[in-house]
Design a protein around this ligand. Structure first.
Ligand code: AMP
Length: 112
């Protein structure tokens, strides 16, 4: 079982921000900003590159959960970034789909 499946199953501890039947959001262990939360589907999907048509509902759920995370952590008003890294060039290191929700400081564009 992958590390994020273990977090979803509560076999590995995490600081949970938000959870429902389909998704769970928890603080990143190596935060890149004052607020850095990961939102994942509870069901294993390796990444956007592996997502299938039947994943459509949970993909939408992830972004709505990101919005709830932003509101709950107080970064919604100031602005925040949602990032999904896919594959080697993007720097994906954990192959269980996750949306980074990052905020609490100004961010440059484009990313490095
Ligand atoms: P990515 O590079 O987009 O695949 O992002 C993976 C993220 O998962 C990184 O920001 C890591 O800091 C984070 N991460 C890895 N293991 C854990 C963990 N056990 N709990 C919380 N975040 C983690």
């Amino acid at each position: 079982m992958c590390i994020f499946c273990k977090i979803a199953n509560k076999e590995i501890p995490s600081k949970v921000v938000f959870e429902d039947e389909h998704v769970i959001a928890f603080h990143d262990v190596n935060p890149q900003a004052p607020t850095h939360v990961l939102v994942i589907p509870k069901r294993h999907i390796a990444g956007i590159a592996q997502a299938a048509p039947e994943d459509e509902a949970v993909l939408g759920r992830l972004l709505l959960a990101a919005r709830q995370v932003a509101e709950k952590t107080g970064i919604a008003e100031g602005g925040f970034r949602t990032v999904v890294n896919s594959g080697a060039n993007a720097g994906q290191t954990v192959f269980h789909l996750h949306v980074h929700v990052i905020g609490g400081r100004p961010m440059a564009w484009p990313p490095g």
